[in-house]
Design a protein around this ligand. Structure first.
Ligand code: ZN
Length: 316
């Protein structure tokens, strides 16, 4: 007989991931991933993830009792469908939850990926044991998810938590959202690399010297190897993030901030710079822990699986 499981689907811009979490024991029976066929549109992406999910369910010899979805983009919660994706066309009119419900015949939960990751970290990762938490992922973009009073906070239209699009420099660099000077445009991975290239050019070195650096991790390695410009670019990004977090602390008086995403791979001293900048902005009386995430890339899958679990049993 097939084992009962929660099926977690993670729709990312570059990769699709699927996890089958056993009901009861809460361990992964199977997990798999594949590239997102982004250029082929929403229907093709949907077909691909169903295929991947069916493979993983067969491997796990499991039957889903509920499905949880983490979606890379804002979500229309009342209509239970994606609002849009920055990477894939055609999600706007795609009845994602209804289609999944029709396919599997079980209830379906949907969240944007930052909220799903926040929920995963809060229940099973670095957020355990606190009541007021912000999760921030810093990679090619900056996303955020809020857990307030032990609940995901969605806001009036389900769009809360978008710390990446708080504006700090109205005449600053262009952001992926079309506005200027958002935190994302100052502190996400591409912004750090852009600053590094600007520093190189200002020194008259041309971009060639730094062209081998193409990720925040490489920038961090260069900084650790003694490249002062790499260090400066990382530090500026960390400080912009830290100041934003300090402002958020003054608004929400959080207990803990959990930081995930590729840029956090920079490790120390990045995290130290973030903490210093946050404490310089937040009220001196505030105590907060700013800690790295614990679940890595699996955070949205954990969140999606646990959101699915809530649909069928009292949880947590
Ligand atoms: Zn923006």
């Amino acid at each position: 007989m097939a084992a009962e499981a929660f099926l977690a689907l993670d729709f990312g811009g570059t990769k699709l991931a699927v996890g089958v979490l056993s009901r009861g024991q809460e361990r992964w029976l199977a997990r798999g991933r594949c590239p997102t066929p982004a250029s082929e549109g929403a229907a093709a992406v949907f077909a691909r993830i169903l295929q991947l999910a069916d493979e993983q369910l067969a491997r796990a010899r499991a039957q889903p009792v509920a499905v949880g979805v983490s979606f890379d983009g804002p979500v229309d919660l009342p209509r239970r469908r994606p609002l849009r994706s920055h990477h894939v066309a055609g999600w706007e009119d795609f009845a994602l939850c209804e289609r999944l419900q029709a396919h599997y015949g079980v209830p379906v939960a949907l969240e944007n990926d930052a909220n799903a990751a926040a929920w995963g970290e809060w229940l099973r990762g670095a957020g355990r044991g606190c009541r007021q938490m912000l999760y921030v992922t810093v990679s090619t973009g900056i996303g955020g998810g809020l857990v307030l009073e032990g609940q995901l906070y969605h806001g009036a239209q389900g769009l809360a938590g978008e710390i990446g699009h708080m504006v700090f420099q109205p005449d600053g660099p262009l952001c992926s959202c079309g506005r200027r000077g958002c935190l994302e445009a100052l502190a996400a991975g591409p912004a750090l690399l852009r600053r590094y290239r600007e520093f190189l050019l200002a020194q008259g070195e041309g971009v060639e010297g730094g062209s081998s650096i193409s990720s925040a991790r490489e920038l961090s390695a260069a900084a650790q190897a003694g490249d002062p410009l790499a260090r400066q670019a990382l530090q500026e990004g960390a400080q912009a993030l830290g100041r934003a977090l300090g402002s958020v602390l003054n608004l929400l008086n959080l207990e803990r901030i959990v930081l995930g995403g590729g840029v956090l791979g920079a490790g120390e001293p990045y995290l130290r710079w973030v903490r210093q900048a946050a404490r310089a902005v937040a009220f001196a009386e505030m105590t907060v822990e700013i800690v790295p995430a614990a679940l890595g890339e699996a955070a949205p899958l954990w969140g999606a699986a646990l959101l699915a679990a809530e649909l069928v049993e009292r949880y947590p």
